[in-house]
Design a protein around this ligand. Structure first.
Ligand SMILES: NC(=O)c1ccc[n+]([C@@H]2O[C@H](COP(=O)([O-])OP(=O)(O)OC[C@H]3O[C@@H](n4cnc5c(N)ncnc54)[C@H](O)[C@@H]3O)[C@@H](O)[C@H]2O)c1
Ligand SMILES: [Zn+2]
Length: 354
């Protein structure tokens, strides 16, 4: 019997929902959950890539389920695509007790979740993440939304799922670069909240199901204590100020997870430079990133360009340089007083084409 993990996340008004991590959940546990739920109808929302891999098979196990397929890609995480989901729901006779199952990566989770949050003022939602990033990050915490032409994730809502089913067997078909990008978030999560996980990621490959469950547990714990992002939840942005700047300054030539890897490197170096953590942290981060074939240096843009991009980060309220830094592994701190010169010096060190 394959190993299964079950966590519990604290959502709105203290209500809890389970996150299941294990093999074969799409075959048995999810269909059973749906059958026992008493929903009027079920709509599985997925994309053109995931539909033939897992969507069609899942619908065969849920009597009467409708399969709603949208195009694949972040560029389709839009209100226009949400409208096509509403249209399909109506065409299938959906009502207020229709269950939406979001089957796919973070793009589908965010967009189908947003459709579920808004269709008829909200219908029940189950998240069925099929990427590593979605399993450890996007499917947990209730944030859903779409991009606007002006920027990413600018329209959204908080919508807790009834449950999250992370079937790790789906990762067998996930492209290698998507696996890597997910690993950057797993390493980030270890750095924020699980020193033992971080140490094991550096020394040897932990059991994948256990690793995902542990990373998901850290995210679940943090969002459970700060559902609406009052403060604590900001530690999840470790490495992300740099990452967003790098993505933006490179015209999105950098994939998010790769940019996060360099961002983790920058956060560790900055933490050492500011005397917050002992020497050795940045070396440990570098070794771990390299072990998972993730980048630790950037090229293609200048430190000044990155600084300019950071200044416009929406999380830098009032323009003060707000960074998540580390006092050590598992000990994140938020600092609003990071000197520009220190940031530029660290970026200069991490620049490959200087
Ligand atoms: N809501 C949140 O809290 C939160 C947190 C982090 C990220 N996000 C969002 O998540 C999105 C990124 O998610 P992502 O990295 O999962 O990208 P993604 O959803 O675009 O998936 C990456 C690619 O993998 C494909 N794919 C998915 N599952 C597969 C499988 N099992 N086998 C083969 N191919 C598969 C997808 O079709 C896609 O081409 C972004 O839009 C981001 O804003 C949301
Ligand atoms: Zn991220």
């Amino acid at each position: 019997m394959a190993q299964h993990y079950e966590l519990s996340v604290r959502g709105a008004e203290g209500r809890r929902y389970p996150v299941l991590v294990g093999e074969g959940l799409l075959e048995s546990r999810l269909p059973r959950f749906v059958a026992e739920g008493g929903f009027s109808r079920v709509a599985v929302v997925t994309n053109e890539t995931v539909a033939p891999l897992y969507g069609e098979a899942l619908c065969e196990r849920i009597p009467g389920a409708a399969l709603i397929v949208v195009p694949d890609g972040e560029q389709y995480k839009t209100l226009d695509t949400v409208r096509t989901i509403y249209d399909a729901l109506l065409a299938h006779g959906a009502d207020r007790s229709t269950l939406v199952v979001a089957l796919g990566g973070g793009v589908i989770g965010d967009m189908a979740g947003f459709a579920a949050a808004t269709f008829m003022r909200g219908v029940p939602l189950v998240q069925a993440p099929t990427t590593l990033l979605a399993m450890v990050d996007a499917s947990i915490g209730g944030k859903v939304g779409v991009d606007l032409p002006q920027g990413k994730n600018l329209a959204g809502a908080f919508k807790d799922p009834l449950a999250v089913f992370a079937d790790v067997t789906t990762l067998h078909t996930l492209p290698v670069d998507e696996q890597q990008c997910g690993m950057a978030e797993v390493i980030k999560t270890g750095l924020i909240g699980d020193a033992d996980l971080f140490a094991r990621l550096g020394n040897h490959a932990p059991d994948r199901t256990e690793m995902i469950a542990r990373a998901a547990a850290i995210k679940a714990d943090i969002v459970g204590r700060d559902r609406l992002e009052g403060g604590l939840r900001a530690v999840l942005n470790l490495g992300h100020t740099f990452a967003h700047a790098l993505e933006q300054a490179s015209g999105y030539a950098w994939k998010h997870g790769h940019a996060v890897a360099v961002g983790l490197m920058a956060a560790a170096r900055l933490s050492e430079r500011m005397g917050l953590s002992d020497g050795g942290l940045a070396d440990a981060v570098e070794r771990t990133l390299e072990r998972w074939m993730l980048p630790t240096r950037f090229s293609g843009c200048t430190p000044d360009a990155l600084w300019e991009a950071m200044r416009h980060d929406k999380k830098w309220q009032g323009g003060s340089a707000r960074f998540v830094l580390l006092e050590g592994v598992g000990r994140p701190v938020i600092r609003a007083d990071v000197p520009r010169d220190d940031v530029l010096a660290v970026l200069e060190e991490l620049r490959e084409d200087a």
